[in-house]
Design a protein around this ligand. Structure first.
Ligand SMILES: O=C(O)CCC(=O)C(=O)O
Ligand SMILES: [Fe+2]
Length: 286
């Protein structure tokens, strides 16, 4: 089954429908190549300093650079892209709210072999979430063209419905080929893996993922983004990073204080107020 491709003007509901049906889809050329130039420029010093992975799953010829909320204005912009937030909200609408899960440039170097096929939600200690209950909605932005030869992500469309803990092979997968500036959406339940890079250039992808707000974040945003940087960020981004309560009561500070109060006291809402608003937003009531 091929990976569905949608046009850049696709509505969020169409992305969510493709995710429900196939577990993945590509939105072609959602941003201009210049946006990717900017991202690459902002991150260049950090990318240059990042060491390759320590094991086969991380990739011994793959470098993973995170902390992108603090390090890149363009990454912040892409995190809040309206199509992405709309699609994530629709895909995870069975839950009260969602939050940022991780920010990571994945740079697959020449000679890297294919990563084991997996579900990203296995990070939650392989908890067997009920079939159809999605806990993550992920994006992988192509900073360079993604081709079969340079390590385009290997995906198994429709595999969000498969049994858990399967050991799938490369021959079960297809490459999610896409042009620079395009974005692959995939659920936490989709079987996939980074592709082997048989070209002579590095494949760069920007992985920005979102998960239900009652789960632990993969990248700890409170510690990855220094408080003096957080103080300067806009409220929607702070809320998305986890300066908000997840579901009912999760993440409050001492006397039931809104966590945002620690960095932006003027934005504080009393009690569990922010949750009501989040629920309304999820239902599209405003
Ligand atoms: O970089 C890619 O194409 C995917 C990598 C991946 O799936 C992962 O590291 O979990
Ligand atoms: Fe993955």
């Amino acid at each position: 089954m091929p990976v569905p491709h949608l046009a850049p003007d696709a509505a969020a509901e169409r992305v969510a429908a493709a995710l429900a049906r196939d577990g993945c889809c590509v939105v072609d050329r959602l941003v201009a190549p210049e946006v990717m130039d900017r991202l690459q420029g902002e991150l260049a010093p950090h990318l240059a300093r990042t060491r390759p992975g320590a094991d086969a799953f991380s990739g011994e010829r793959t470098r993973r650079t995170g902390g992108l909320v603090a390090r890149s204005a363009t990454a912040r912009e892409l995190l809040l892209h309206p199509l992405v937030l709309g699609a994530v909200r629709a895909a995870l609408a069975h839950s009260r709210n969602f939050q940022l899960h991780l920010t990571q440039v994945i740079a697959i170097g020449p000679g890297e072999s294919a990563q084991a096929i997996h579900r990203d939600q296995w990070a939650f200690d392989f908890f067997p979430f009920p079939a159809g209950y999605e806990v993550q909605c992920n994006t992988l932005w192509a900073m360079t063209d993604f081709t079969e030869a340079n390590g385009a992500t290997r995906v198994v469309p429709g595999s969000h419905r498969f049994e858990d803990r399967l050991e799938l092979r490369a021959s079960d997968t297809e490459p999610a080929e896409m042009e620079r500036g395009s974005v692959l959406f995939y659920t936490g339940s989709l079987y996939h893996g980074g592709g082997a890079n048989r070209s002579d250039a590095t494949r760069y992808g920007l992985n920005l993922t979102y998960a239900l707000a009652w789960l632990r974040q993969e990248e700890n945003q409170y510690l990855s983004v220094p408080a003096d940087v957080a103080r300067e960020l806009p409220e929607p981004l702070l809320r998305l990073m986890g300066y908000a309560q997840g579901a009912y009561a999760l993440g409050y500070v001492d006397d039931l204080r809104d966590p945002i109060e620690v960095v932006r006291p003027e934005l504080s809402r009393t009690g569990f107020g922010d949750l009501g608003d989040a629920r309304q937003r999820l239902r599209g009531e405003r």
